[in-house]
Design a protein around this ligand. Sequence first.
Ligand code: GLC
Length: 650
Amino acid sequence: MGTSEVVLQVLSGAAPRLLSSDIGSGFLDSTFSSRFLLKCTKKRASRYKQLFKCSNIVQNHIGVSRYMGLCSDSFGYNEVNKVQRLICKCQKAESLSGTIAADGNGTWFVDNAKTLNLNGVTKKPNILEFENVQQFEQENKGLASNGSVGTVRDTTSKTSVDSIEDEAWDLLRDSMVYYCGSPIGTIAANDPTSSNVLNYDQVFIRDFIPSGIAFLLKGEYDIVRNFILHTLQLQSWEKTMDCHSPGQGLMPASFKVRTVPLDGDDCATEEVLDPDFGEAAIGRVAPVDSGLWWIILLRAYGKCSGDLSVQERIDVQTGIKMILRLCLADGFDMFPTLLVTDGPCMIDRRMGIHGHPLEIQALFYSALLSAREMLAPEDGSADLIRALNNRLVALSFHIREYYWIDMRKLNEIYRYKTEEYSYDAVNKFNIYPDQIPPWLVEWMPNKGGYLIGNLQPAHMDFRFFSLGNLWSVVSSLATTDQSHAILDLIETKWSDLVADMPLKICYPALEGQEWQIITGSDPKNTPWSYHNGGSWPTLLWQLTVACIKMNRPEIAAKAVQVAEKRIARDKWPEYYDTKRARFIGKQSRLFQTWSIAGYLVAKLLLADPSAAKILITEEDSELVNAFSCMISANPRRKRGRKNPNKTYIV
Ligand code: GLC
């Protein structure tokens, strides 16, 4: 589809948006039209910004974010936190009564002593887990309490675990951000010890996903609905960096609720939403993952709440299409994978992942499948749906064939011939065998395998990236065999990937000259720290979904036990450092919301594994069909044979 066609379709597809939206519909008209009629100048854009607002005549009852924003200079943080707690507690009492159902299944620790019932399959707990429980109990007996963490310690592990969960829920609620009196997201970190807030006081799209899932699983749907609809409005924001605008459909990395004086009225203030699409972010990188996560959360919202009216709204349908059109737009690529710059996702600074990083491909695949489920059939979208279907098949083929690595494949690469100019080359990307890094020769287990981090001409990034691999399992981008092999690898390499705190963001770390060249000598990304082989507790929830999908929840349960030994005591850090994750990260925030929410989602899903279906996408038979046609048409297997029954044009 040509660009002009895309623009035209966006224009016509978006028009009904004027009629919709029950959130602030009064300002949608002018914002919408401003977006397409003209490129706004900075001045004009900031004038429109005022339209995304809600005026309040000194709304002192509003919320956490306003107190943070306005009071942090004059109050000590503790005072602020007290105020927040008070507010949140009141709100909790008012709005949540009746929704905080008792956890019928109890905690994993309790169930662990019995058996785990998963989708009708009863699993015996692993003997190791009992040892861990006992060790955990022993260690906890000796623990000094740290303020709010388990002030009354019981000798039973259940009480300890319950108090960790209770604390996590309190902290998660304290992190809620309000806009015009309604919750719309959670702040990235609420760390009273950090003097340099940077942008951790904002609502990040990717960080909110585990928060949103935790709220959905608790039956608290409003915050997720509000988040989805408000971020949708931000999607249309006109943003530029040095006179250049990113593509329409881009979702921001984060946003902040600002309280500003109301024009011409000294006593009144108003709240405005201020998004950051990367034009203010360190490194100025556009977040490719935001829109993909937004689609995934939208589907989860519908599945969990049963409220399909949100995804059926015309403005929401238009939002989905805008994201898809941005991702599916024609470019120079020979590959079906999305080509992105460095740092377009959770790893949001230079780490050598530019090109076709696995994490983005897995989220892309998941978002394509989710969108296909939600898009209303209509004549105007036929081309888009065709493009989407074609991309799904090509993408899964490409990743499964070319990103997969195990002992057998490694040996194949080791013996590759190079410089093959032909249509039926085996070594299509001209990979020189000398690229196989020495660590991998030792590290690759006989049983298990994984999807590599990136594939480019003459370059394979052999690092193991956790999120990309886990989400490939969750979304069925990996085959069933590959998915099991990924979990096998995590089990075999437990001491490298989980060690003292789950889960390594990637393995191994870049060191020495490689670190200098690839990260640009980034002092935050030193070896085994932060994105460079640091350990991130938030990844627990993605691990849990993947394990549940493959009917192996005991792996995730074991990782949760490891985290529970110290995560609350350490004040919920953003990440851990060192090879075995022994230290709290050098520059790690404390009370990082997605560490808290990630833990809660893992617990909730282990207690009710069937709930994971809101995130999982199963491979459908049409895709399998088309995929096998592609395999048989692959020149490497048999050149030139075309299957006449092929479902999709690839
Ligand atoms: C860091 C992380 C990023 C996260 C943000 C807010 O920049 O790298 O993934 O979204 O903090 O927590």
